[in-house]
Design a protein around this ligand. Structure first.
Ligand code: FAD
Length: 254
């Protein structure tokens, strides 16, 4: 329930502000290959290659796996891809006439057979997300059980989401604003094979003191989990201290 006035993008922007572009940070530069070299790691992009003592892979788990499986000097991971839940967000704006209940939103259990997985009452959480006199709802569609819904076009999605939400609360028709946001990646799922993947990463960290694999989907999916993982990686680089991982029970989100 925490964000910045201009949205979560402010976090990476703020971190990048202190770095010199094209020297300390490269934008729009995709890493194609990583390899182990004497004293460290080499990272190859389309145009260049960079070497360093430590390599931190802070990528979504599947992006990391595709790079790591190609490293001949490492034991291959037990899987090359973790299942993902693809989600589309349908943002609907309304005037103050809309009677959006108190609270931050809801998730609908599958047994209720609804079109949307749930909705965030975004302007209740963050009033600046909608212009004065307006309110914003963000509905989530798709997930592991209904990936075919992501094939629908924008108008169909907006229509179906409005129909579903209007059964749950009083919403004027039509919405004053509607936009479909289709994130390029999905949300990695803790499904069969995930414990083996985590223990492979644990062994990798024990064997390779200058390789640090963290990021979206390894040990959680939320920004809070990312922050904890980043802290563990930073501590490892600065102190060589390998944090003992505790077994945790985690909920499944979508
Ligand atoms: C639909 C959706 C809703 C979410 N809602 C919430 C929420 O409400 N609250 C919450 O806490 N979290 C939420 N999350 C999760 C949150 O977005 C992630 O935890 C966070 O973005 C992960 O940060 P990251 O920096 O590890 O990875 P990312 O933000 O994924 O950044 C990784 C970057 O690496 C780049 N990259 C990938 N491969 C390469 C390569 N080979 N070379 C170079 N660059 C590469 C990508 O382009 C990307 O810019 C949501 C995620 C999704 C998909």
């Amino acid at each position: 329930m925490t964000s910045f006035r201009a949205g979560m993008g402010r976090l990476p922007q703020g971190l990048a502000n202190t770095l010199e572009a094209n020297r300390e940070i490269m934008y729009r530069t995709s890493v194609k290959k990583i390899s182990q070299v004497e004293g460290g790691w080499q990272v190859a992009t389309e145009q260049n290659s960079f070497s360093g003592r430590h390599l931190v892979l802070a990528l979504p788990v599947n992006a990391s796996l595709s790079l790591l499986t190609e490293v001949e000097t490492l034991k291959p991971p037990p899987m090359d891809h973790l299942a993902e839940a693809r989600i589309t967000t349908v943002a609907l704006g309304f005037t103050e006439e809309a009677n959006i209940p108190f609270g931050f939103g809801y998730l609908a259990p599958e047994s209720e057979q609804r079109f949307t997985l749930g909705a965030l009452f975004s302007s209740h959480m963050f009033p600046g997300r909608a212009p004065a006199g307006h309110q914003l709802l963000e509905a989530l569609v798709g997930g592991r059980r209904h990936p075919q819904r992501l094939e629908m076009n924008d108008d169909e999605l907006i229509h179906e989401v409005y129909r579903d939400l209007a059964q749950l609360m009083d919403l004027p028709k039509p919405p004053s604003f509607a936009r479909v946001l289709r994130p390029p990646g999905g949300i990695p799922q803790l499904e069969s094979g995930y414990p083996a993947l985590l223990s492979w990463r644990r062994d990798l960290h024990a064997d390779q003191s200058n390789l640090h694999v963290c990021g979206f989907g390894w040990k959680g999916i939320g920004i809070n989990d990312m922050t904890k993982e980043a802290w563990v990686a930073a501590k490892r680089i600065l102190t060589d201290h390998v944090e003992q991982e505790r077994t945790e029970l985690k909920g499944i989100y979508f």
